[in-house]
Design a protein around this ligand. Structure first.
Ligand code: 13P
Length: 259
């Protein structure tokens, strides 16, 4: 299995700015003759069909940033998993902290959305992560475990992203030791909750991933890739992060444990 490098554009992008990211990204990939990782871009829903056209024939994967738990009907402003698929997406980010905090999404809401996404054949990337206050009071592991148990169906077979809330958009990251320890904790939780599927599931790290720290973060044990926000809006930075990715061992995402 390969590491997954996913770009979350958040609420950024118009057609011309999307081209300013996608065109150099595709040109860079052509120069590289492909990459050692799986590469995913998640633009706003308004750009999915546009991006799908641009990415046609390339290996770059396309995803949404959220979906409704509902299938269709009277839910003004919501977008269903089927609509994402129809617009060209094969993936969807769910339970991002900006949705959990800004839109009141509980674990139960995220779970329902994951079920809706999987029912439409989308691969879900489910985000978990503690706030700074929770980390400082020693609750980080418990918070993340409870989010995993509450957000993932027992037959989940997608991707998990660990994104400490305090590291998002701040330029701060946990130490390598802390990332490795949390990913080991997530792995153990996934194995006990999901069995076999939990053993190989990719666990992404997200939160201020940049070209300057990508090699060190992506080399850590149990880090199965990165979920990149700000740096994914610059094709050169996003490509540099993708070039830092590595092949994962067959049975687990294990690699270097920090000394
Ligand atoms: P930044 O990379 O901008 O810190 O954002 C991380 C994130 O929230 C990705 O989902």
């Amino acid at each position: 299995m390969r590491q997954l490098i996913a770009g979350n554009w958040k609420m950024n992008g118009l057609r011309h700015t999307a081209d300013a990211i996608l065109d150099p990204l595709l040109a860079g990939l052509a120069l590289d003759h492909g990459l050692a990782c799986d590469l995913l871009v998640c633009p706003p829903a308004t750009l999915l069909a546009w991006a799908a056209g641009r990415l046609q024939g390339s290996a770059v994967l396309l995803g949404g940033q959220d979906c409704s738990a509902g299938k269709e009907g009277a839910q003004t402003g919501d977008i269903s998993a089927g609509m994402l698929r129809d617009a060209g997406a094969g993936w969807v980010i769910l339970g991002h902290s900006e949705r959990r905090a800004g839109h009141g999404e509980t674990d139960g809401v995220v779970l329902a959305k994951v079920r809706a996404a999987v029912a439409e054949g989308l691969v879900a990337i489910v985000c978990v992560g503690e706030t700074e206050e929770q980390r400082q009071s020693g609750q980080a592991s418990a918070v993340v475990q409870s989010q995993l148990l509450g957000s993932l169906p027992a037959d989940f077979d997608g991707v998990v992203a660990y994104e400490p809330v305090w590291a998002i958009g701040t330029g701060r990251t946990p130490t390598e030791e802390d990332v490795a320890a949390m990913h080991a904790h997530i792995r153990a939780t996934l194995v006990s909750h999901l069995g076999q599927a939990g053993q190989t599931m990719r666990i992404l790290y997200g939160g201020s991933v940049k070209p300057s720290n990508a090699t060190a973060l992506l080399a850590l044990a149990e880090v199965g890739g990165a979920l990149v926000g700000g740096a994914s809006l610059d094709a050169r930075d996003f490509l540099a992060i993708a070039r830092a990715a590595r092949q994962l061992p067959q049975n687990a995402a294990g690699a270097r444990t920090p000394a």
